[in-house]
Design a protein around this ligand. Structure first.
Ligand code: PHE
Length: 354
């Protein structure tokens, strides 16, 4: 019996060398250790053996059983390691990739800095009970000029270099359309659609036919604001503007109010902030003055309220027209407005936020 066990061991060791899969190994195991396996049969034969024989053969048979079990286990483990290594070799990662290689991989999207700030401002005003309105880019003379107290003959029309769809001097054309030169026509639309008291803001693009430079673009963005009610004063206006600037810049910003002329407000102001690009020293954005015109505003002119079907004897209010692009430039230290519409992904990517 001992001889039989030795041959079985040899046979097992020879066979196992040839096997390559886990299934083959498990088959071999049952061939030797299964119920009717070769080693099991030897052990079954022990039942008829003498006590002495059992004593000497038993341990040898058990040792062989353990050895077979352990060897099979080791081989299966080795096979698993081989297959993991194979997979790793297939999906090899090159950890030495340099940043210039990474830079040439596709860009992922991000929000434009103007969108980021616009959303921030909308949140501030929504929390103070304002609505957010929109209006058309193509406007008529009534909404863009007349209702805003800028009649045909008014010199203020010269301030607005307008893109017309029709010859503005051809009196035979009744309704002349244009690209809105400011977001103020939304004031008119907003008034006509509501009854006081109300308050709203209206962000959007505006268009002017002018020469571009570091602080002027043909297409630029404003954020209009209007509040109409009873007994509204300049201090209400100043309060809302201060809250706005504090939320945007996360710190107190130096401001100054100058008298400003706009036909649709009386009194009218220009709210300037200390240039944050050069800290007031003077640069191309602030035209070397140290101050940036950010927020024209004022108390709504009675004629404008009338055009909006509101009785100026009963109600009054304020309006402002924030220069959104300038604000973006101040907040992020951008020294040329033309970057904003450049569509250059390297520019946009710097402000990524999701
Ligand atoms: N619409 C004016 C402009 O574009 C700005 C403005 C809005 C001024 C509201 C006062 C009140 O220049």
């Amino acid at each position: 019996m001992i001889d039989r066990l030795e041959t079985l061991e040899k046979e097992f060791m020879e066979n196992i060398q040839k096997l390559k899969t886990e299934a083959e190994l498990l088959n071999l195991k049952s061939e030797f250790l299964g119920k009717k396996g070769k080693v099991s049969q030897v052990l079954a034969g022990l039942r008829n053996a003498s006590p002495e024989e059992r004593k000497s053969i038993g341990p040898v048979a058990n040792t062989l059983k353990d050895k077979i079990q352990a060897t099979i286990g080791q081989r299966i483990q080795a096979l698993e390691i081989d297959s993991i290594n194979e997979k790793l070799a297939e999906n090899k990662m090159d950890l030495s990739l340099t940043s210039d290689v990474l830079a040439s991989t596709p860009h992922s999207g991000g929000l434009h800095p103007r969108t980021l700030i616009q959303r921030e401002i909308e949140d501030v005003f929504l929390s103070m009970g304002f609505e957010v309105l929109d209006g058309p880019h193509i406007e008529d003379e009534f909404h863009n000029f007349e209702a805003l107290n800028i009649p045909d003959t008014h010199p203020a029309r010269d301030m607005q270099d307008t893109f017309w769809f029709h010859n503005p001097h051809d009196d035979s054309i009744k309704e002349k359309f244009l690209l809105r030169t400011h977001t103020s026509p939304i004031q008119v639309r907003g008034m006509l659609e509501r009854t006081p008291p109300f308050r709203f803001i209206a962000p959007g693009s505006a268009f002017r036919c002018e020469r571009t430079d570091a602080s002027h673009e043909i297409v630029f963005n404003q954020l209009e604001g209007m509040m109409v009610g009873k007994n509204i004063s300049v201090s209400n206006l100043i309060y809302f503007m201060k809250v706005l600037l504090k939320e945007i810049f996360k710190k107190e910003v130096e401001v100054r109010l100058r008298p400003g002329f706009f036909p649709f407000v009386e009194p009218g102001f220009e709210l300037d902030i200390n240039c944050l690009i050069c800290s007031g020293k003077g640069c191309s954005v602030c035209k070397q003055t140290g101050w940036v015109e950010l927020l024209p505003c004022g108390m709504i002119h009675p004629n404008v309220l009338k055009a909006g079907n509101i009785d100026p004897e009963e109600y009054n209010g304020f309006a402002f027209g924030l220069g959104l692009d300038r604000l973006v430039m101040m907040k992020y230290g951008i020294d040329d407005i033309r970057h904003l519409n450049s569509g250059d992904l390297r520019f946009n990517e710097q402000f990524k936020s999701y």
